[in-house]
Design a protein around this ligand. Structure first.
Ligand code: F6R
Length: 244
């Protein structure tokens, strides 16, 4: 628990940078699972700063984003492809072919096969070393809404009403928020060797408590992280406020 989000973000960025450098010194790739949304923006800003000021290179980094709205064109205003370019990819030396974000512009008939291939690409890269997560007010990690099972894999999912309401301002009205998204599954996330979930602000305090101290259940996907051997919750004081 950190006093402020900025401090917490710097600590997580340090951890990621250390992993990237360690892998680079071994001549190995570093595979990162990445999240979008407001929570990780401070981490990305700090990683960009480290690239610019300290020469942190992303040439050995391979990334897989958690999710994307469906349907969504990559150049769409709310697209997670655009988000990742604006916050990270366009500002560091990551190779374009190493940065993966689920494709929201597919024909629906192609999605199931595409999701299988997304999983296969993660496996071919050697699996995710560190998965960065935020948490939604429904307890979702990625877009694994209530009902998502522990063994769920990358797939098309229907977004919860609460999630669509929370995204309403980004889309200029709830009615414009897509009904669905492509997301890595809970099982996909649990396969990462290390998981770092970040949550900031009083609005997350209730769901953080349920995820950390509540029963492990499909009602709160983040609660499955209790069973992960190397999962960290990185919080500011406000998000930690309801913990006992
Ligand atoms: C985003 C994602 C979501 C968000 C969550 C919290 O890629 O997978 O699970 O992390 O909805 O969003 P923010 O950070 O905007 O509160």
């Amino acid at each position: 628990v950190y006093r402020h989000a900025a401090e917490a973000s710097r600590a997580v960025a340090e951890q990621i940078a250390a992993l990237i450098r360690e892998r680079a010194s071994q001549g190995r790739a570093c595979v990162l699972g990445l999240a979008t949304g407001s929570t990780p923006t401070g981490v990305y800003a700090e990683l960009v700063r480290m690239h610019q000021d300290e020469g942190l290179s992303f040439q050995n980094v391979v990334t897989f984003n958690l999710d994307e709205y469906f349907p969504m064109q990559p150049e769409g205003l709310q697209s997670y492809v655009r988000f990742m370019r604006e916050h990270l990819f366009d500002h560091v030396d990551i190779l374009a072919e190493n940065a993966h974000v689920p494709d929201g512009a597919l024909d629906e008939r192609e999605v199931a096969e595409y999701c299988r291939q997304y999983e296969a690409k993660i496996a071919a890269a050697g699996g995710v070393d560190l998965q960065l997560l935020g948490v939604g007010r429904t307890g979702h990690i990625g877009f694994n809404e209530p009902g998502s099972g522990k063994t769920s894999r990358t797939r098309l999912i229907t977004l919860d009403r609460v999630t669509r309401r929370d995204a309403a301002s980004d889309f200029f009205g709830e009615e414009n928020v897509p009904q669905r998204a492509i997301t890595m599954g809970v099982g996909t996330i649990l396969d990462a060797r290390q998981v770092v979930l970040m949550a900031f602000g009083e609005g997350k305090a209730g769901i953080v408590k349920q995820a950390v101290e509540g029963p492990i259940s499909t009602i709160v996907a983040a609660s499955f992280l209790q069973e992960h051997p190397n999962a960290q919750f990185v919080l500011d004081e406000a998000a930690a406020d309801a913990l006992t």
